[in-house]
Design a protein around this ligand. Structure first.
Ligand SMILES: [Fe+2]
Length: 310
């Protein structure tokens, strides 16, 4: 597979970076995130694996000891409960990097995944684990996904692969394949995929439109990564806050900027449940309680997307 195009030398040149995002759909930066901050996040993952008994008690690397993986989900709920990402993005060095990169302060969208991808033994009939576009179900929010490797990730361990250039091809998901909305087999040629060997400190940022996927992990190690989502604070920010009130056709949210924002809910509102799948509006209204943290994107007075924070 072709390597990702390294844009590290363009940091500080907003025009050049903008062109790269347009042409390639992503930025790949080498060794830009503070090693201490990345290690502190990685330590949380290692503690989780240690507690789960799947790595040695004194392991420096997340090498699988062969114990059953039944209690090791790919997405780690205890880290969600700890809101681990908030500590990460609040690290002064991390905040400073993103401020320099974006030219203004970062605004973090509370949509985060902590990923532990276990080794996969035996025959696998696909080299990718889930082709998708983040923009398919994010209500038009112009965010950038930030994929942060927490360990060395070589070709055996797998990691993130990007369908370079296909960010210009529109949404490829199958709208009739409810509820998975997968990108159908064959929609993306195998030869457009790009990946690199990743190291802690590296960062891949990409636009909502580019198809991407994790790769199968064929090594003996767990693959550890976190993805967080960011916008420039000057962008068209969604409503992010806690629900004040919700009814069958409206939601009021205490927005991050101090305002209470009332938006109309209707059949066009994409109600996204906790798994990412679309759910009917009445189910969403029943599920969401005052005080719940949500993200709501909008056009005028209409809610385009309503989803829980995560
Ligand atoms: Fe994604």
């Amino acid at each position: 597979m072709q390597p990702l195009w390294d844009a590290t030398h363009l940091i500080g040149d907003a025009d050049a970076l903008g062109k790269v995002m347009q042409e390639r759909g992503y930025w790949f930066f080498r060794d830009v995130l503070d090693a201490g901050a990345v290690k502190r996040m990685r330590d949380r993952y290692m503690a989780f694996l240690r507690d789960g008994g799947v790595i040695a008690a004194d392991a420096d690397e997340p090498i699988w000891n062969g114990a059953p993986l039944d209690n090791i989900p790919e997405k780690i709920e205890p880290l969600h409960e700890q809101r681990a990402w908030r500590s990460f993005v609040a690290e002064p060095t991390i905040h400073a990097f993103f401020t320099r990169l974006l030219g203004v302060a970062p605004f973090w969208i509370p949509s985060v995944e902590y990923r532990i991808t276990p080794p996969r033994k035996g025959l696998v009939n696909d080299f990718l684990t889930g082709r998708h576009q983040d923009g398919f179900a994010n209500g038009g929010i112009e965010l950038l996904t930030c994929w942060v490797p927490l360990t060395d990730i070589d070709g055996e361990v797998g990691g993130l692969a990007m369908a370079e250039g296909l960010q210009k091809g529109g949404i490829l998901h199958d709208l009739n394949d409810v509820p998975k909305h997968r990108i159908p087999d064959g929609a993306i040629p195998d030869d457009v995929w790009h990946r690199s060997d990743y190291r802690p400190g590296d960062l891949v940022m990409f636009c909502p439109e580019i198809p991407h996927s994790g790769m199968v992990n064929r090594s003996d190690k767990f693959r550890l990564s976190v993805d967080v989502r960011v916008m420039p604070i000057t962008g068209k920010l969604p409503v992010v806050g806690n629900v004040v009130e919700i009814g069958s056709d409206y939601v009021v949210t205490a927005n991050h900027d101090g305002r209470d924002v009332r938006l109309i809910l209707d059949d066009n509102t994409y109600c996204r449940g906790i798994t990412g799948a679309r759910i009917p509006l009445p189910d969403m209204v029943e599920r969401v309680q005052p005080g719940d943290p949500v993200i709501v994107s909008f056009e005028g007075e209409h809610a385009v997307l309503l989803r829980p924070q995560r």
